[in-house]
Write a protein that binds this ligand. Structure first.
Ligand SMILES: Nc1ncnc2c1ncn2[C@@H]1O[C@H](COP(=O)(O)OP(=O)(O)OP(=O)(O)O)[C@@H](O)[C@H]1O
Length: 257
């Protein structure tokens, strides 16, 4: 098992934000975390990319507690694409993407030919090569998100952690990013709000409610009308996708109050 959340707990001001969360992510698997707003998804992810230390339990990478690794070593092995971003620097797109190599470089060491090609390929894959010389502060939300995704890819991590990576993207770029993730062979933990996209991209899904894992399994096992009713409080019709068989949720608006 590459990544394991072992009875993870996070408390703040006497309140449990994440409770006794155990989850395993195998090599090359894409595991999704879904759940209502405030259910602890980002908090759990923060423990994986070490922005937060768990109060109890641990995150294990190849059975080693992450806290046993140096920050540099975990940055080399775990890349994060988060809402916090780090795109507030007044750098060009090419410079921001190149920063993904930082954990692999020593001091002011320049990028070699292979690394420059890596950056170019990631910018092409994320459709931002034409923006390479633009200041990142001038980009739209979706363009910036694609730049940060390119930066995470050039890091060549073992594990990629993504917190709502599609929230600013138009539908084409959402599909392209998730297709790229599938093709990358990376081990991925991803928070998604769109349950249909989660069903399409994830091998397994964990559902969080009030900080606790309430269901885990394949999309077909987990994404049932009953679960969606219990966790999100809405009625959905679940149908198999006519081409892939993945569960797809159909919603209708409620009556006005
Ligand atoms: N540093 C903190 N101190 C106190 N409470 C916090 C802190 N960080 C997060 N919380 C609270 O913990 C809960 C879980 O937050 P988290 O961001 O993990 O939820 P989420 O499932 O990612 O939500 P969303 O879908 O809205 O992004 C929320 O109620 C949030 O207000």
């Amino acid at each position: 098992m590459i990544l394991r959340l072992d009875a993870l707990g996070v408390e703040r001001n006497g309140r449990a934000l994440v409770r006794d969360l155990s989850l395993e992510v195998g090599a090359g698997q894409i595991v999704g975390l879904v759940g209502p707003n405030g259910s602890g998804k980002s908090t759990a992810l923060r423990c994986v990319y070490r922005a937060l230390a768990p109060t109890t339990g641990a995150v294990l990478l190849h059975d080693r507690d992450l806290t046993a690794l140096t920050r540099r070593e975990s940055a080399r092995r775990i890349a994060a694409l988060t809402q916090e971003g780090g795109s507030e620097l007044d750098f060009t797109v090419a410079e921001i993407v190149a920063l993904g190599r930082a954990p692999h470089l020593r001091g002011n060491q320049a990028l070699g030919a292979r690394e420059q090609e890596l950056c170019r390929r990631a910018m092409t894959q994320l459709d931002v090569l034409h923006l390479a010389d633009r200041g990142v502060l001038t980009l739209s939300g979706g363009e910036r998100q694609r730049v940060l995704a390119a930066r995470a890819l050039v890091q060549e991590p073992e594990v990629l952690v993504l917190d709502e990576p599609t929230n600013h993207l138009d539908i084409r770029h959402q599909i392209e990013l998730l297709t790229l993730l599938r093709a990358s062979g990376l081990t991925v933990v991803i928070v998604l709000h769109d349950l249909n996209l989660a069903a399409a991209v994830c091998d397994r899904i964990g559902v969080l409610a009030e900080g606790a894992l309430v269901a885990a399994g394949t999309p077909r096992e987990v994404l049932t009308a009953r679960l969606v009713r219990a966790v999100f409080g809405i009625d959905a019709t679940v149908v198999p996708h006519p081409l892939t068989g993945d569960p797809q949720l159909l919603y209708s608006l409620g009556a006005p109050a």
